[in-house]
Design a protein around this ligand. Sequence first.
Ligand code: FAD
Length: 300
Amino acid sequence: MNDEFFAALRARVRGKILRGEPMARHTSLKVGGPADFFVTPADRDDLAALLVLLAETGTPFLVVGGGYNLLVRDGGIRGAIISLACFEEMEQLGGGKVRVGAGVTNRRLVQFMRDGGLGGLEFLCGIPGTVGGALAMNAGAHGEAVLDHVEELVTIRDGKVLQTGRDGLDYGYRFLRLAPGEIIVGATFRLEPADPDQIGARIAGYLEHRATSQKIGFPNAGSFFKNPEGAAAWRLIDGAGLRGERVGGAQVSESHANFLVNRGDATAADFLALAARIKDEVRQITGIALEEEVRIVGEE
Ligand SMILES: Cc1cc2nc3c(=O)[nH]c(=O)nc-3n(C[C@H](O)[C@H](O)[C@H](O)COP(=O)(O)OP(=O)(O)OC[C@H]3O[C@@H](n4cnc5c(N)ncnc54)[C@H](O)[C@@H]3O)c2cc1C
């Protein structure tokens, strides 16, 4: 089936196609087994052609952005990984509105906003990843979250393009409800006119704060667990005496107890075992059930 499917992919999709691609190359934790196929469609038409083929063959798929919030198990991904790296458009529409493709990096978006004198998304400057990933996660920092600035989200569901205003979205802390297989292809943001120098100063302040508070030094995926209501996950982990705790090559960071790091030779199984131990000990001590912020996907 895989040879046949590969041939069909090559015949019908113009973008880049990799076979048996190690996901460790595409995740900031640097772990994860191979994806059967890793496809980067060239544009929207190419994505549409890919989705038709996937539907015809009943092939499962998963969209990834920068892989900064993703733990892929060691057995890898059956089916296709889709990267929207070619969805890079950014366009000012007037009235403070900006249309952005899902593959744009947060860093590029923030620079574009600064240069265009539009404020509001400065908090995204230190959050690694793509706009698609930020929207899917409702990424945020400094008390702000990205979906609060969205005017319209553009997704593809069952082959149809949907445009949904913010009021129609079900979202919250690090959460956006998407239907199974729904893909974010872009969004329109509504922002406020602001002085580029002041925007630049806010960005510099946020980056400096991050540089001093998050000296991690090893591959990681940012905060591994969500903050439970009224508590900080790092404090609970620290309080359980788990700072520096290690399973194989996975370790609770010495500098930030909610960051799990790869000391060089970690496997996904190491991270999963360490996360399970943390959840267990924190629950026993505090009664609080920690929930992963990192998305865990793939086969054992
Ligand atoms: C050092 C460091 C610091 C971090 N700091 C923060 C922080 O301050 N705040 C914060 O919120 N996060 C933070 N993160 C986590 C991470 O950067 C964010 O979650 C980011 O938004 C992930 O974007 P991504 O493109 O890498 O998404 P991925 O990790 O590739 O994907 C994340 C999830 O989104 C889904 N997804 C991605 N793109 C799409 C799409 N187009 N359509 C549908 N689903 C999609 C994926 O399937 C997956 O479930 C940090 C990470 C690191 C490594």
